[in-house]
Ligand binder design. Structure first.
Ligand SMILES: [Zn+2]
Length: 219
């Protein structure tokens, strides 16, 4: 990995350890069909002060990630270490980290996420309630819970979209995720394990929701 010497000594091993875990999750999620065609991106906070974030580089096959595919960036988005290009969606990761104090952000492009976010764009979102899998989300201890999943219009202007999302996440502390219409899902968590668990729980629920709707079921 190039330029790693720029990272201060105390962060070097933490960055490598987080990179190894991002590589493993990338491979797992790619095999589930959630990160195909170089889509999606994964990030985790290495240090808070100063803010240092490990994030997958743009255009990288998540099924064959290596440490060279992970960039170290500052809170401003500037690259500290790594040779790739930051994803255009980096501002959305930073928005979740800043607004929610997230330790990790995971963005997936699943088939069910694409279908459902398209279906509920006009409504601005949808509710999922009554499922045991909801207990996979932080601060949810019963299936008797209603989760609101906002769906925002997709955009190629990610800096502008990130301003809107940072405001939304600051206002709605109950949210665990948001979706971009016809695009995909963003989830976050206090730790990389929390974000991974949230991504798995929400993707599971999206598939349940989508399959039920296609079978003519109602919510
Ligand atoms: Zn995306």
């Amino acid at each position: 990995m190039q330029n790693l010497e720029i990272i201060v000594e105390g962060q070097r091993e933490a960055f490598r350890e987080i990179s190894r875990r991002l590589i493993k999750i990338g491979s797992e999620f790619h095999s589930r069909g959630w990160l195909l065609g170089t889509s999606g991106n994964l990030s985790a906070v290495v240090s808070r002060s100063p803010l240092l974030i490990a994030i997958t580089a743009s255009g990288i096959d998540k099924g064959n990630l290596t440490e060279d595919g992970i960039l170290a960036i500052e809170g401003s988005g500037n690259i500290i270490s790594g040779t790739g290009k930051p994803s255009s969606e980096t501002p959305l990761h930073i928005a979740a980290i800043m607004a929610r104090g997230a330790g990790s952000v995971i963005h997936t492009h699943s088939v069910w996420g694409t279908i459902i976010s398209t279906r509920f764009e006009k409504a601005g979102g949808f509710r999922i309630e009554g499922y045991e899998m909801l207990k996979g989300l932080d601060n949810v201890s019963s299936h008797d819970h209603t989760e609101w999943i906002p769906v925002l219009p997709n955009s190629q202007n990610m800096p502008a979209l990130s301003v809107h999302i940072e405001k939304l996440l600051a206002e709605r502390e109950d949210l665990h995720c948001f979706m971009l219409a016809g695009h995909g899902l963003y989830v976050w968590g206090n730790t990389l394990d929390d974000a991974k668990r949230h991504a798995e729980a929400i993707e599971f629920l999206l598939e349940v929701y989508g399959r039920t709707l296609m079978a003519g079921g109602q919510f």
